[in-house]
Design a binder for this molecule. Structure first.
Ligand code: 4AD
Ligand code: MG
Length: 432
């Protein structure tokens, strides 16, 4: 009987023969020995074929097999301290399922545009595989964290009639005879859900027709949006720092091979533990001016260089709190002591990855919220349902949105968010 298994499970079969369905990621051979880099989705393992020890036919198959051919390979699992996995396979047999012809992504260097055109294949590479596994771990840890904390998962709609984050970046579409937008954020629906279920979180795609071409911007990105009834500004920050610490520590624990593959400096992640520092918007402006940034004054929004300069001052993510009301969306609760700032915070990741969370306490007074909707020239009739939440047992409540791709990019240490989502939608890119 054969032990049919996967690369991630070979540790259970040391010195035993196993059969694995795999692709040939790479190959090296001389007259005497062939090394096959095998991948099966669960991981990578090196297969070794020594000419002397095997039938001539098997050695020839190993020598002639092409990159990305699919095989059933059988062999004996052996401990190998030098490999990242800790094991290698002494190959006893190869059954070729499909010979791959002229695989475009060869082991040499390729340009970004070429790789992006071939994203459907590029995903198979060792580094991209590692980033996707880390993304998956962050998603897994997210569900674990919020379930343990008593949150219910709620799914807000994708086709909406409202615009929580401003009306300039909307994807409009027809909804039969009406106009609809692709969701920019599920927040308003999550607020309604929090009034029904108390503590809720969502995880879903959001869309921004942003004409920004930076390493932090996607047109379609995934957001985790928790919303909590009876939770005020400072308590909201505590949930955020606990959550971000939890996902970083989960990746450190469960993705050691992937972090090694990516060459991530894990010492920078190890001390990501709550609490995180907080700096007010006022102090952040003063700090930047003292640092020599004379291009920014009170009332201006931060650009990427500003955020990076502030983040560099700390070795953990930092909350920038209480921004001017004029810079933020209509729904944020004003500070009781100062009407010109709101009870919000952006969480800025270390190492130049920028804002990973935007959150706030929400306005719970009916009249103030109505006034803000009018000031922002939003159509009142589309927001009547949202105003209802302030009419029937309104409570203080808060929430936030974590951008998954920026978080994946930061924890993985990849430069650009295009590598932190399987099929990025970017300015000028809808293929593949
Ligand atoms: O700061 P934002 O716009 O906040 C909201 O949408 C709130 N309604 C969330 C809430 O309170 N429920 O977006 C939240 C996060 C940002 O901090 C960033 O990480 C990410 O979403 N994000 C983007 N990520 C990639 N590409 C873009 N174009 C992004 N825009 C925002
Ligand atoms: Mg924001």
């Amino acid at each position: 009987t054969v032990n049919k298994t996967t690369i991630s499970q070979v540790h259970k079969y040391v010195d035993q023969e196993v059969k694995i369905g795999a692709w040939i990621a790479n190959k090296r051979s001389s007259g005497k020995i062939a090394f096959l880099q095998l991948r099966d989705g669960t991981g990578f393992i090196q297969g070794v074929i020594v000419k002397e020890d095997v039938a001539e036919e098997l050695f020839q198959t190993a020598k002639s097999i092409t990159q990305e051919s699919s095989v059933y390979v059988s062999g004996v699992v052996q401990k190998d301290e030098r490999s990242p996995l800790g094991y290698e396979l002494l190959v006893k047999g190869i059954e070729v399922l499909h010979q791959s012809v002229d695989y475009p992504i060869t082991p040499k260097e390729h340009g970004t545009e070429f790789l992006m055109d071939n994203r459907h294949l590029w995903l198979r590479s060792r580094r991209q595989h590692a980033v996707m596994k880390i993304r998956n771990e962050i998603i897994r840890a997210t569900y674990e964290f919020f379930n343990e904390q008593g949150f219910a998962k709620v799914d807000p709609p994708i086709l909406t009639g409202s615009a929580p984050e401003g009306t300039t970046e909307l994807f409009a579409t027809k909804y039969f005879d009406e106009d609809a937008f692709l969701s920019q954020s599920g927040q308003l629906y999550m607020e309604a859900s929090a009034m029904a279920l108390g503590k809720v979180f969502s995880f879903g795609p959001t869309f921004r027709a942003e004409k920004s071409k930076t390493r932090r911007h996607l047109i379609e990105f995934w957001m985790i949006e928790p919303e909590m009834a009876f939770v005020e500004f400072e308590e909201n920050l505590e949930v955020q720092e606990q959550y971000v610490s939890y996902i970083v520590q989960s990746v450190l624990k469960n993705c050691t091979i992937e972090l090694k593959t990516l060459g991530r400096d894990t010492s920078k992640l190890e001390n990501i533990k709550a609490p995180f520092p907080r700096i007010s918007y006022d102090d952040a402006i003063k700090f930047l001016n003292e640092k020599g940034f004379d291009d920014i004054k009170w009332g201006d929004d931060f650009g990427a260089p500003h955020e990076t300069a502030i983040a560099e001052h700390y070795d953990k993510p930092v909350f920038i709190t209480k921004y001017p009301t004029s810079l933020k969306p209509f729904y944020m609760q004003p500070d009781a002591e100062r009407e010109d700032v709101v009870l919000c915070a952006d969480l800025i990741a270390p190492e130049g990855y920028g804002e990973i969370i935007g959150g706030s306490e929400r306005i719970h007074n009916y009249d103030l919220l109505k006034q803000r909707i009018e000031e922002h020239k939003l159509p009142l009739e589309s927001y009547q349902w949202y105003l209802d939440l302030r009419k029937y047992g309104s409570v203080p409540h808060s929430g936030f949105g974590l951008g998954l791709e920026r978080t994946v990019a930061w924890i993985s240490g990849v430069e650009h968010v295009r590598e932190s989502i399987p099929f990025p939608r970017l300015l000028n890119r809808l293929y593949p």
